[in-house]
Design a binder for this molecule. Structure first.
Ligand code: PEP
Ligand code: MG
Length: 875
């Protein structure tokens, strides 16, 4: 029979999934002989059953709880509900992943109008007994009965005021009794019945309340922000009470074995004399620094330091501990691996490796990949941030902090920057034409678009702060006005963006530069030694490529050639090519583009040195390069000297209802082979010229996008190979190159064995693959995805973190099939997911050779790839 309740001496730290973090660690501390008040844990599985059975605790579980309670009575020599010798317990939540302060706790349970009298007599301390009872009614009232906490606080404050005292400890027994009477009256008025007196009812109702608190708003939000699955449930710990509020020889505290702020090796914490647990956190009285405990409780302090050191060695990690001192005796109530800033995480990991506490493989797991962002981007000054006004929230599209003046067009942002202004580019959404504005902007804010929208992808590529998809903002770019939070903002008004959290603030907020330590470098070197995945970058210009190499990129996994088409001097030739009526005209325009493309590729190859570079042939539908409004069409007609009517007709001919599924990718190269010819020539000539001029051996990887049929690939490949052969003949030389394909259409995964016959490499385009597997448009579904996440239909945005059970299975199939016909095929990923740590772990496990991500995510990917090895080794 499944066991749903475990005594503390039946568990261990390995049983976190069942007992929750707190329960498992209480059991572990019991096991290694530390002073832990005895108790038992109701498992997370019981919580899951509670929800499955319509928020009821099953009879069998209730029976188990009572049996463990009886056991606790025997062990403590006290009795639940007894007046002579009452057993009191705490009831505390404890999930698998710690969610500090998100769920509920009830202390002093078991008190009622009778047992409180018994407790007073037994301890000869009536003040303590009534203080405990008032605390219990308040917590139980708030958490279980859901009477608003503020109503209890009001009664308590009124009494303090009436008595002319500043602190709770100054209230006398009689005052506390009056407070208790008032609390009970409040409960009766709110609930229509008396405060429950039966301790067993109190216990069952409290356990249910803790289960319920798994789904309170703040717990749901916390899980969402931290990627914790919503179906894990919480365990409940029932533990006999020890009392920190028994007078001046008692107290309670919280401490970390080392600093969670900067990692310094020094005990870090606070304690309060004559207080119970929640007082420290609630800030009712100002706690004292932990070191002062050495004066107040010298013996206890010595013992505490001994235990802290022992726990850190035992867990081989920095511990966050809660303890209580009852009449000069120390009790441990909790220990867990402490949360820490990125800076502290780095120092702790390196220090502990040097101390011999952990090995390098473990050290690289001690820094959250997402925390690396904190280390690389400027941050807002914490104190300033607290004072700032939040306007709205959007998607945390690209991390960092930015403050500046609002500009609504790329041109305005460019002009402002030239004047020395700091610009925030605010757009409904961005397009490649906004690039110049994005380059000069401090940050980018868009009303529409998801995590793979243009703004998000490009901003991440630049390492630029971006908040996208702020649906509460209305942007009128023509009138240069933005409406949000009932306020209107015009050009030149100040706003600030937190791209790490996706928050938009009013006004200017000061930023501080990142502080990079040598320890960070050390961790990254260790990560490189451990990982087996190669890390490439998505870059389409020498500057980004260079930046990525500095961050440790080992190649380019995706160079999107279309991004080069927008540059000032070439866009008109691109447009000339698109509007051409005949192949001949098209070839003329392409010939004008060829030298530019070749120079681009030379620049990128040079920046990458001997590292591999994958260049993708033109992908987006042609109309994206054309003007749309009448005015713009007129202007262009004049520039490229063709009749307005002709251009206008061509623009409408190219119009597509669903361009994402239209004339793009390899379909362009099939219908206009001359485009692929020009690009192949530019790539190969760049390699040949570098060989001649600099003696460089570049091995270009030519990538054909959006292939769904093996025949599409063989068709385009033939065009590319024929072109290359012509060049080799003409130039009387050769270079090594590869031809491969993107795998980004579900059908391509299914027929990957066939496709691999012609592909020397596969690169998973998981942006399109996700879009087409779900049938969710990349650009239009930001709001739907947000709602799906609220409703828990999606745990994650599938455009950010790979949907492993759906899209991931298609990838797995493609890997297996691809290798079946070409065993040494090179496999990588270049969709946005390539920089996501969980996706990277998946890619490691299905045997890809590399992941490719934007330059600023390269360090994250290096670390995540090492962690994937560490995790696999653990299993
Ligand atoms: C993809 O689809 O995942 C991809 C990398 O290509 P793009 O984002 O340019 O469509
Ligand atoms: Mg794609």
């Amino acid at each position: 029979m499944e066991k749903f309740v475990y005594s503390f001496d039946e568990g261990s730290k390995e049983m976190k999934n069942l007992l929750g973090g707190k329960g498992a660690n209480l059991a572990e501390m019991t096991k290694i002989g530390l002073p832990v008040p005895f108790g038992f844990t109701v498992t997370t599985a019981a919580c899951t059953r509670y929800y499955d059975e319509g928020k009821q605790i099953g009879e069998d579980i209730i029976a188990d709880i009572y049996s463990k309670l009886a056991d606790l009575e025997v062990r403590s020599g006290k009795k639940f509900g007894s007046v002579e010798n009452p057993l009191l317990v705490s009831v505390r939540s404890g999930a698998v992943f710690s969610m500090p302060g998100m769920m509920d706790t009830i202390l002093n349970l078991g008190l009622n109008d009778d047992t409180v009298v018994g407790l007073a007599t037994l301890t000869d301390n009536p003040r303590f007994a009534y203080d405990s009872y008032r605390r219990f009614i308040q917590m139980f009232g708030d958490v279980v009965l859901e009477v608003h906490k503020a109503k209890f606080d009001a009664i308590f404050e009124a009494k303090k005021h009436e008595k002319g005292v500043a602190y709770d400890v100054e209230l006398k027994t009689e005052d506390l009794k009056e407070i208790i009477a008032a609390y009970k009256q409040l409960v009766k008025a709110e609930m229509g019945k008396d405060f429950p007196q039966d301790p067993k009812d109190q216990l069952m109702e409290s356990i249910k309340a803790v289960f319920r608190s798994w789904n309170n708003d703040r717990a749901i939000l916390y899980r969402k922000l931290n990627g914790i699955p919503s179906n894990l449930g919480t365990a409940v710990n029932v533990q006999s009470m020890v009392f920190g509020n028994m007078g001046d020889t008692s107290g309670t505290g919280v401490a970390f074995t080392r600093s969670p702020v900067n990692g310094e090796k020094k005990i870090f914490g606070e304690f309060l004399v004559n207080a119970q647990g929640e007082d420290v956190v609630a800030g009712i009285r100002t706690p004292q620094p932990i070191e002062e405990m050495a004066i107040a409780f010298p013996e206890v302090y010595k013992e505490f330091i001994r235990i802290a050191e022992l726990l850190e060695k035992h867990y081989t990690d920095m511990q966050d501990m809660e303890f209580t001192v009852e009449r000069n005796k120390l009790f441990m109530l909790q220990t867990r691996n402490g949360k820490r800033t990125a800076g502290a995480a780095v120092k702790l990991a390196v220090d502990m490796e040097k101390e011999g506490l952990i090995d390098k493989m473990t050290a690289v797991t001690r820094l959250e990949p997402a925390q690396i962002d904190q280390l690389l981007h400027p941050k807002f000054d914490e104190a300033e941030l607290k004072k700032a006004v939040v306007l709205t929230k959007g998607l945390p599209a690209s991390p960092g902090a930015a403050s500046g003046k609002i500009y609504f067009t790329a041109a305005d942002a460019v002009a402002a920057e030239a004047q020395g202004e700091k610009a925030i580019l605010v757009r409904k959404e961005t397009s490649p034409e906004d690039l110049a504005g994005m380059v000069v902007a401090e940050g980018i804010l868009t009303a529409r678009g998801g995590m793979t929208s243009h703004a998000a992808v490009v901003a991440r590529g630049m390492g630029k702060c971006c908040v996208s998809g702020c649906s509460e903002i209305s942007v009128n770019e023509d009138e240069k006005i933005m409406l949000v939070a009932g306020k209107s903002f015009t050009e030149g008004d100040f706003i600030s963006l937190d791209g790490t959290a996706g928050v938009v603030y009013e006004g200017l907020i000061d930023t501080v530069p990142p502080a990079l330590s040598g320890d960070f470098e050390t961790i990254m070197v260790w990560a490189d030694e451990i990982r087996t995945l190669k890390i490439r970058t998505n870059a389409d210009n020498p500057h980004d490529a260079q930046q990525a190499v500095e961050f440790g990129a080992e190649g380019i996994g995706l160079c999107r050639t279309e991004h080069m088409f927008f540059e000032e001097e070439r866009i008109s030739n691109v447009r000339r090519m698109i509007v051409a009526d005949t192949e001949e005209e098209r070839r003329e325009a392409l010939a004008l583009l060829l030298p530019y493309q070749k120079e681009d590729f030379k620049g990128i190859f040079e920046a990458m040195g001997a590292r591999p570079v994958t260049i993708r042939l033109l992908d987006p539908p042609l109309h994206e390069f054309l003007p749309h409004t009448e005015e713009e069409i007129k202007e262009l007609a004049e520039t490229i000297n063709i009749p307005y009517e002709k251009l206008s007709r061509r623009v409408s001919e190219l119009h597509e209802f669903n361009p994402m599924l239209g004339h793009r990718g390899c379909r362009l190269a099939i219908t206009y082979p001359e485009i692929a010819e020009m690009q192949a020539e530019a790539i190969i000539m760049a390699a040949i010229e570098l060989k001649r001029e600099k003696n460089m051996d570049v091995v270009p990887e030519i990538m054909i996008p959006l292939v769904g049929l093996a025949k599409e690939l063989s068709f385009v490949k033939k065009t590319v190979l024929d072109t290359i052969q012509r060049i080799f003949d003409r130039e009387k030389t050769t270079v090594t190159y590869m031809v491969g394909t993107m795998i980004e259409i579900p059908r391509a995964c299914v027929v990957a064995d066939d496709i691999a016959k012609d592909a020397e490499f596969f690169s998973f385009g998981t942006n399109d693959l996700t879009q087409m597997t779900f049938g969710f448009s990349r650009d239009d579904t930001g709001n739907i995805i947000r709602e799906y996440r609220d409703l828990l239909i999606f745990e994650e945005d599938p455009f950010q973190t790979l949907d492993q059970v759906g899209v991931g299975q298609l990838m797995k199939m493609a890997v297996e099939k691809g290798r079946s016909t070409r065993p040494n095929i090179k496999l990588g990923i270049c969709g946005e997911h390539g920089g996501d740590p969980r996706t990277i772990e998946f890619c490691h496990n299905i045997g890809l050779n590399y992941v490719s991500c934007s330059p600023f995510r390269v360090p994250i990917a290096r670390l995540a790839a090492a962690q994937a090895v560490a995790k696999a080794a653990k299993k």
